[in-house]
Design a protein around this ligand. Structure first.
Ligand SMILES: Nc1ncnc2c1ncn2[C@@H]1O[C@H](COP(=O)(O)OP(=O)(O)OP(=O)(O)O)[C@@H](O)[C@H]1O
Length: 249
């Protein structure tokens, strides 16, 4: 790899009691790379993902971000370093407007404390919130309560909120889960249009989304990496074909 990786996962294992959810996984992401984690149910993708964001402690191995060991840092410390993440379940304030939610996300990353009340850089926050909305074509629904948005728009808002902190590494847990084919297509188009300064790592069940968005894909099974490569490598990989076409997924 010509440039040093932005993220390095080195020989990571994670156990929950007797269950070894992740078993000796290594991967490295180049800056700007879009990397998908694919795999069967229970393969360990979410556990690995949560370990990278800091929600789950490592049993063995290490994780480095921009060359520094972050293995023992708490989630908010990783966020401050430039690692943003989305959650599968919505963390939005459903009765508040899209703009308020985005402002909270902007403040959470830049402001002194978590509050819906204005503080002195109010205009800057509003501008940043509107810029995030525009990326996801949420500008037309800025004043609407989140609860009135479509499911797809709510999922997009979650990603827009993660981006409000201007992360260098964006972690997305099944960004397209539950979306219609049309919604998935729209999401992929938006994510493909994001600037390359944002490196992406995402867990995905949908092979089409992974193949159309990722530059590289890591496939896991039973806690271990079983294949890794470009979308065309993965498409041609006999084991991946067996896993996905063999009805085990
Ligand atoms: N908190 C936990 N306590 C005990 N076991 C857990 C815990 N979290 C995950 N596991 C187990 O670890 C293994 C990996 O789970 P994980 O959720 O990481 O897989 P996954 O690849 O994300 O699966 P899915 O696609 O179904 O979400 C599974 O056997 C799961 O039951």
């Amino acid at each position: 790899m010509p440039t040093p990786p932005i993220l390095t996962v080195q020989d990571v294992s994670i156990s929950f009691g007797a269950v070894r959810a992740v078993n000796g996984v290594s991967l490295a992401l180049a800056p700007g790379e879009r990397h998908a984690l694919l795999g069967t149910n229970g393969a360990g993708k979410t556990t690995l993902f949560n370990a990278i964001s800091g929600e789950v402690p490592l049993t063995a191995g290490g994780i480095a971000f921009k060359g520094s060991d972050i293995s023992r840092l708490r989630p908010h410390q990783r966020a401050r370093l430039g690692i943003g993440r989305t959650f599968q379940t919505s963390l939005t304030f459903a009765d508040r407007s899209v703009e308020d939610n985005l402002r909270v996300a902007v403040m959470g990353s830049r402001g002194p404390r978590f509050s819906l009340r204005p503080w002195r850089h109010h205009r800057e926050q509003v501008e940043a919130a509107r810029a995030c909305a525009a990326r996801f074509r949420l500008d037309e629904v800025l004043a609407q309560p989140v609860a009135t948005l479509s499911y797809g728009q709510q999922r997009e808002l979650e990603i827009a909120m993660a981006l409000a902190g201007e992360p260098e590494l964006l972690l997305m847990d099944e960004p397209a889960a539950g979306m219609s084919p049309q919604g998935r297509g729209r999401l992929v188009e938006i994510l493909r249009g994001l600037p390359r300064r944002i490196t992406m790592l995402f867990v995905e069940h949908d092979m089409d989304v992974a193949l159309s968005l990722a530059d590289r894909i890591t496939v896991m099974r039973d806690g271990a990496v079983v294949a890794s490569g470009t979308p065309s490598d993965i498409r041609a990989n006999p084991l991946v074909r067996e896993i996905y076409l063999g009805g085990k997924h």
